[in-house]
Design a binder for this molecule. Sequence first.
Ligand SMILES: [Zn+2]
Ligand SMILES: [Zn+2]
Length: 219
Amino acid sequence: MNQDSPRYSPIELPAAAKPPRELVNSLVEAAARAHGHLCPGQVIGVRMAILGLRLLDYACPLGYPEIKNLMGFVEIERCLADAVASATGLRFGRGSLKLVDQGLLAATFLDMPSDRAVRILSRDDARDKAAEYAPAEANAHAAQTEAYRVMPDDQLFDAAWVSVDRSRFLAPGQRPPKVPCASCGVLVRSGQARSGPGGPLCAVCAGDAYFKPLRPEET
Ligand SMILES: [Zn+2]
Ligand SMILES: [Zn+2]
């Protein structure tokens, strides 16, 4: 690893520490049901959630009302994101979980009252050790799914204290004013109006939408 890369404040995870197997199994079972299949990503996401919340002194899943203290950030739009949502109770639909797709197998958990945040990054070399922890499994996929339940935290993850720029994100439940688009009149929500020469524009009128409207002859 390049020593100059921004690796911030690593957390020394206690050697051989891991969460209780029964807790992992029950959260993995629920995550797999919600996700649609059991996969290594469900187990990694569950372990990541348990570790991240524990480092912030919270139990996983989060109870009420402490769930209101937390925000989560997942860095990839894949299996892992569903598992973190399922295990923690944080949700995209409530604004308590954010997808920041950086293509990294990582998640950050932010305790809003204290502003402390911990980032958990999956270690690539965990895959090479899977067979050692699950020798009875026939194939790599099954070995990973089993091994990741029991591997120590420090073999699975790197953890670090980080600072999150909260100004980039809406807080859970935060609703900025609805702004009418100066061109088409549609109400733009969630602070997503673009600025145009004649006033605020919706993403479509600003030419900034993820789709392109089709002319009748193109349909
Ligand atoms: Zn999956
Ligand atoms: Zn518009």
